[in-house]
Write a protein that binds this ligand. Structure first.
Ligand code: NAP
Length: 518
């Protein structure tokens, strides 16, 4: 079983009570070890040892004591002689911790000093030998691991580096899978989360977590609550299938919450992670290609978002996979599926989700769309999927856009009409669909509606805003005030997610669970 180790800084004696309180909370949340980071203790000599003893003595969890030197990315400025005297004092105090973490570089250089201090031959405490690289993958990665594995005093190998891309995680997984001793192999930074969450899939000895993001002791560390509640860490095992949301950026995506909760609700052995990939096709191709080819990973699918929807289509075509004809026509796909035999396929679930959402919200059938005059405002990615779905269903669509050329281009592909920049007062439509980013929090104009105030909206009109942050957009408020029937973009978002879920699991998506999350 892979342990969750909560890692906590303690810089002075007065901080001890708060730190112990945090460990109690972490233990309640599922942590099984605590790493005390006493690198920057303001006390010295016997006083520093006394602080460590208080921490160990009162901790509700078994402890790791770490006093990382600046040379290895930590904050301790003491010499190895001073550090080893500290460890020796703690080891001999009668309150030895379960583990000491000692850096390989220092151990190698002053082996006798460390062996004497830690009493490695007759010890109650186990030794984690560690190596860290904050600049990227160590060039001698495999040699370092081999050296730690061959060191008789080493009980647990720890190798940590700053991931340069998601691909670095795969090497961490291979190291774990081929380990000769208990091992910790983790990647730091925005690309390293996978290594932290998937440690149990590959038999990692532990993964580190923080209680609050602000208190993290390394970049990219998840919180204990995220590991347990969001990623269901204790359910992850060798057969767990891996999914994710691929985009740039993906930090604020709702998809991990939705899909992990969905997997849990139907007992699907899967975990869903954020997968940031820089915008260029070469990055997409290299990363997704290596995930697909990495048998051990069990990579089975992804939601693909901005700016990679076109890249997904190209990638699956180049690999000889199946491209859904609607996605081909739209020129963008948002769903990757990898089946049991490794065969790739891609789909666009935005278009069917938009149509289902509109029909349900308006209380009509798909065939009724033929009788409606629909105004689509916007000509970007979402508009493309919405227009494709509507035209496929035979609706009478007019596209309005700030940049008329883009509206014309889109209209030509799908046989739609082109309007002006926005619908005019005299132009009455049955349905208005906003596909611009106007009204979106953090977008170009969060307080602006895409429809002028004199747009003829009344009780017979349906207004659908694809923007879903916030759910009450300026357009939705305007339409509600005019008595129109309104549809929020969150419904479309949840439906496109549910269609992805069904492709991956062959099970009906738990929409009730999704709705509770939003
Ligand atoms: P996109 O490709 O960048 O297109 C943005 C559209 O908004 C373009 O038509 C653009 O006009 C227009 N626009 C941007 N700023 C404007 C302004 N100041 N005034 C007038 N028009 C402006 O983006 P997208 O991927 O289509 O996403 C659009 C919105 O859809 C997002 O903001 C998001 O909230 C929503 N969305 C919803 C879902 C869902 O499932 N519900 C999914 C994805 C996105 P130009 O062509 O003139 O630049």
């Amino acid at each position: 079983m892979t342990l969750i180790a909560v890692s906590i800084w303690v810089a002075s004696e007065p901080e001890v009570d708060d730190a112990l309180e945090k460990v109690h909370q972490a233990a309640d949340a599922g942590a099984r070890l605590v790493e005390w980071r006493v690198d920057s203790l303001d006390a010295e000599g016997e006083d520093a040892i006394a602080v460590a003893i208080r921490l160990i003595k009162n901790s509700p969890l078994p402890c790791i004591i770490t006093r990382r030197p600046t040379s290895e990315g930590g904050m301790c400025k003491e010499t190895d002689m001073q550090r080893s005297a500290f460890f020796g004092g703690v080891a001999d105090s009668g309150y030895a911790p379960k583990y000491f973490d000692c850096e390989l570089a220092s151990f190698r250089q002053h082996k006798t000093l460390w062996q004497n201090a830690l009493n490695t031959d007759e010890k109650d405490t186990s030794l984690i030998l560690s190596a860290h690289d904050f600049d990227g993958r160590p060039r001698n990665l495999l040699q370092l691991v081999e050296e730690m594995a061959n060191e008789p005093a080493c009980d647990v190998i720890k190798i940590v580096w700053a991931a340069r891309s998601l691909r670095d995680n795969l090497e961490a997984f291979d190291l774990l899978a081929e380990r000769k001793k208990p091992m910790i192999a983790l990647c730091m930074g925005q690309f390293g989360l996978m290594s932290r969450v998937l440690a149990p899939k590959f038999g990692g000895f532990l993964t580190f977590a923080c209680m609050d993001k602000d208190d993290a002791t390394a970049t990219g560390q998840p919180t204990v609550n995220e590991l347990n509640d969001l990623y269901r860490f204790d359910q992850i095992g060798p057969d767990t299938k891996v999914y994710g949301v691929i985009g740039w950026p993906v930090d604020h995506s709702l998809s991990p919450k939705i899909h992990n909760a969905g997997f849990c609700a139907v007992n699907h052995d899967g975990v869903y992670l954020p997968m940031p990939i820089p915008p260029e096709y070469e990055h997409f191709k290299a990363t997704v290609g290596s995930f697909v080819d990495h048998q051990r990973l069990d990579f089975r699918g992804a939601s693909v978002t901005i700016p990679h929807k076109e890249n997904l289509l190209r990638f699956v075509s180049e690999r000889g996979g199946m491209v859904d004809p609607l996605a081909e026509k739209i020129g963008a796909a948002n769903t990757l599926v990898i089946d049991d035999d490794g065969v790739l396929s891609c789909f666009n679930t935005d278009a069917p989700a938009a149509i289902e959402t509109l029909c349900d919200g308006a209380g009509i059938k798909r065939e009724d769309l033929k009788n409606l005059r629909i105004a689509v405002i916007g000509a970007g990615g979402v508009a493309r999927a919405v227009v494709a779905g509507l035209c496929d269903a035979g609706a009478n669509v007019t596209i309005f856009n700030r940049t008329p050329g883009k509206a014309q281009e889109l209209a030509k592909i799908f046989n739609a009409e082109v309007g002006d920049k926005t619908p005019l007062e005299r132009d009455k439509f049955d349905t208005y669909i906003n596909c611009t980013s106007l009204g979106m929090a953090g977008g170009p104009a969060p307080n602006q509606s895409p429809l002028p105030l004199d747009t003829p909206i009344d009780e017979s009109t349906v207004v659908f805003d694809t923007v879903y942050t916030p759910q009450q957009t300026p357009l939705i408020k305007q339409a509600e005030a005019a008595g129109a029937k309104t549809i929020s973009g969150i419904e479309m978002f949840l439906r496109q997610a549910s269609l992805q879920f069904e492709r991956w699991t062959d099970k009906e998506a738990p929409m009730d669970v999704y709705r509770k999350i939003t």
